[in-house]
Design a protein around this ligand. Structure first.
Ligand code: SAH
Length: 241
């Protein structure tokens, strides 16, 4: 936990309170315990959990903070959250965020619900849904200030999940490793069709991790047309290109 505390401060300028550190410790314990019976993650070494899960997730926070509108709670949807990354670490730091965690797999959602209760995140909710179906739901389409995801799909596919959920002028955030630039090049048509524009690509360095990490920030500049997202499974099968 000392590593997390120090790195969060040095790399991201985040000061973790004792309660927040306790929450992360609790999270690591629960993740490890649940993983014995439910396949949640392959990253299990305690140090790796701190860096590759927690710190990596927290690296989104400065980007999100920069565009915070204090007039109302920030609405964030984490699509394909899995064991809660990057969404839950963000909520530990910013419990005022209205966080929606979405995953297509029920066993992941069961863990997410458990953690939301354990961590006392009263404004967070967990939805067992596919992103494509959520994008058609009037309650969710165009509703979020930020639609974020890590390790869910390549950018052209991911944009079809994220952009329909984002409000106009809102942002999507895709956490990517070294292939970020190539993925952006491949996403030209998806951006044009779905109403997005690459606003920023931020590089993140994590302690002891050689491969670069990138945060691709996409601004929603036009309404996503009717017809998108396409039916569940179609974006993966026939990515926009
Ligand atoms: N974001 C987490 C999990 C990545 S694994 C992390 O970085 O650790 C990808 C997750 O996305 C899986 O849990 C899978 O069930 C979910 N997923 C994949 N396609 C999805 C879709 N179309 N809608 C919702 N969830 C999806």
């Amino acid at each position: 936990m000392e590593t997390l505390k120090r790195s969060a401060k040095d790399l991201l300028g985040l000061k973790l309170t004792r309660a927040q550190l306790q929450a992360f410790e609790n999270y690591a314990l629960e993740l490890t315990a649940w993983n014995q019976h439910t396949n949640l993650t392959t990253i299990l070494d305690p140090q790796d959990i701190l860096v590759k899960h927690f710190l990596d997730s927290l690296s989104c926070l400065p980007a999100i903070n920069r565009r915070h509108n204090p007039k109302r709670a920030l609405r964030v949807v984490d699509v394909g959250s899995g064991a809660g990354f990057p969404g839950l670490p963000l909520a530990i730091m910013r419990p005022d965020i209205q966080l929606t965690l979405v995953d297509a797999t029920e066993k992941k959602c069961a863990f997410l619900r458990h953690m939301v209760a354990e961590l006392g995140l009263i404004t967070a909710r967990v939805l067992h849904r596919r992103a494509e179906n959520l994008g058609w739901d009037r309650e969710h389409r165009g509703h979020y200030d930020w639609a974020i995801a890590r390790a869910v799909a390549r950018l052209p596919v991911l944009l079809e999940y994220l952009l329909p959920l984002t409000r106009s002028d809102g942002r999507c955030l895709a956490q990517k490793s070294e292939g970020a630039r190539t993925e952006i090049q491949a996403a030209g048509r998806a951006l044009a069709v779905l109403g997005g524009e690459v606003e920023n690509v931020l590089s993140v360095e994590l302690p002891g991790i050689a491969e670069p990490r990138h945060l691709i920030v996409i601004k929603k500049v036009a309404a996503t047309p009717d017809g998108y997202p396409r039916r569940a499974g179609v974006p993966v099968k026939r990515p926009l290109r």
